[in-house]
Design a protein around this ligand. Structure first.
Ligand SMILES: *[C@@H]1O[C@H](CO)[C@@H](O)[C@H](O)[C@H]1NC(C)=O
Ligand SMILES: *[C@@H]1O[C@H](CO)[C@@H](O)[C@H](O)[C@H]1NC(C)=O
Ligand SMILES: *[C@@H]1O[C@H](CO)[C@@H](O)[C@H](O)[C@H]1NC(C)=O
Ligand SMILES: *[C@@H]1O[C@H](CO)[C@@H](O)[C@H](O)[C@H]1NC(C)=O
Length: 396
């Protein structure tokens, strides 16, 4: 960062963690230094003393000097007896850091560039909603976003490169915009929604752009999924949706939520507790709890960008799946079925771009299914071999 009229760079050192024992449990952050000041000196320079006093108006100069000096009496970077730090409880690769300073998680909270960091945030949204969007759907998205209060962080994934045009909407300033040319929702989700980054959010909505939310209230939806213990859910799809693929995700009348459904005669369901008759939501408008998302994120394959087949595998992430996955009937949405991103494909052999995308979707579905089955078989095989070895070990 460059500071006008000063050539020296500023280094921002943050001491997080509580310095109990030194100072009655008062935490002691932020010291600003430029390169001309000796960071390791046993006395803070007067400029920085002023900063510290401003941060901690309650402390006398003498106490500040005592604390400073006790933190710096050992000038070889405070490693007593030359001991080097190796903290195995830290995340992999960060073992050399003192654990008190390690921040393994982050968030999407927007901060200011000035003032006290502790006063940056007036509200810390507990929910995250993402839409994968093209500018052509701006009216739908504008209406949709207004259904989410300040308790939601809004994150838009732009697949058409048109991001600045959204600033015509007032809410756009508080949204996060991520742009990558012609990518799919699950491609973005894998790259930008790592569980450690979205850790502060109780629930994460990962939604398409062609959803009608006229009869939907996000806050009430959250109340219902909490009440019914749903770790993975979606709103029911109302009858005027373009095309209803499954009975399970169709809005039912006279219920708040449902967790099981009946498919058409002789169709699909091998067991009443298995998808698509239970433990099933579609990939167009899923909502995940923090824990469920940590599992689902790990299941998303880097190369299978359309997410087809994920819906049938979500049940692997919660237990018992037929109780923790469900559809919220009391807060329905309309699936408008606009083939938006589908049209961003490439025409192959004279066929419409949409056809080639569709083909890839189906191919990915089969690939994902086979990968899952192979991985599962490999796991059980290894376990069996391991247990055979322990059983036979005494004989060898
Ligand atoms: C460092 O050395 C001193 C004196 O030899 C000893 O009392 C102290 O316990 C040692 N500290 C550590 C952390 O090993
Ligand atoms: C936001 O969350 C707070 C705390 O849960 C709640 O009191 C408030 O009503 C919510 N805001 C809206 C607009 O629902
Ligand atoms: C629910 O009610 C609507 C409107 O009366 C009707 O069109 C729809 O078929 C009903 N849905 C179910 C699942 O019974
Ligand atoms: C483990 O032992 C069982 C019973 O002896 C045997 O049938 C099976 O093939 C063994 N599995 C492996 C992976 O060695």
């Amino acid at each position: 960062m460059r500071i006008p009229n000063e050539n020296s760079r500023l280094v921002l050192t943050t001491f997080t963690g509580v310095v109990i024992g030194f100072f009655l449990g008062v935490s002691f952050p932020v010291v600003l230094l430029d390169k001309k000041t000796n960071l390791y000196s046993t006395m803070p320079s007067s400029i920085y003393l002023d900063h510290i006093k401003e941060m901690y108006p309650g402390l006398s100069t003498q106490r500040i000097l005592n604390l400073w000096s006790s933190l710096h009496h050992n000038n070889d970077m405070s490693s007593p007896n030359g001991t080097k730090i190796w903290a195995t409880e830290n995340p992999r690769g960060a073992e050399r850091l003192p654990p008190g300073v390690v921040e393994p998680e982050s968030d999407f909270y927007l901060r200011r560039l000035w003032g006290k960091p502790s006063e940056d945030l007036t509200i810390k949204p507990k929910y995250l909603v993402t839409f994968t969007v093209g500018y052509e759907q701006k009216e739908i998205i504008n209406k949709a976003v207004k259904k989410f209060s300040e308790n939601f962080t809004i994150l838009l994934f732009h697949y058409d490169g048109r991001t600045s045009e959204w600033s015509e909407f007032e809410w756009s300033k508080r949204a996060i915009h991520v742009s990558a040319h012609k990518q799919s929702k699950w491609w973005y989700a894998k790259r930008f929604l790592h569980p450690d980054i979205v850790a502060p959010y109780d629930y994460i909505f990962i939604w398409d752009e062609d959803l009608g939310l006229d009869d939907f209230d996000a806050e009430k939806y959250i109340e219902l999924i909490k009440k019914h213990g749903l770790e993975i859910s979606q709103p029911g799809l109302s009858e005027n949706s373009g095309y209803l693929s499954w009975q399970m995700t169709r809005k039912q009348n006279d219920t708040e939520v449902h967790k099981v459904a009946k498919e058409k005669e002789g169709w699909w369901c091998l067991h009443p507790h298995l998808p698509p008759c239970a433990a099933f939501v579609e990939i167009m408008a899923p909502v995940f709890s923090r824990n469920a998302w940590r599992c689902v994120w790990n299941m998303i394959q880097n190369d299978l960008v359309h997410g087809w087949g994920l819906d049938f595998a979500l049940r692997r992430c919660v237990e018992p799946a037929h109780e923790k996955i469900g559809v919220v009937d009391a807060q329905p949405i309309v699936h408008q079925t606009l083939p938006s991103l589908g049209n961003q494909g490439k025409a192959v052999k004279g066929k419409a771009p949409r056809e080639a995308v569709k083909k890839r979707c189906k191919r990915e579905w089969i690939m994902f299914h086979i990968r899952m089955r192979l991985a599962e078989r490999a796991y059980y095989k290894l376990r069996e071999m391991a247990s055979n070895q322990t059983n036979t070990a005494p004989l060898i």
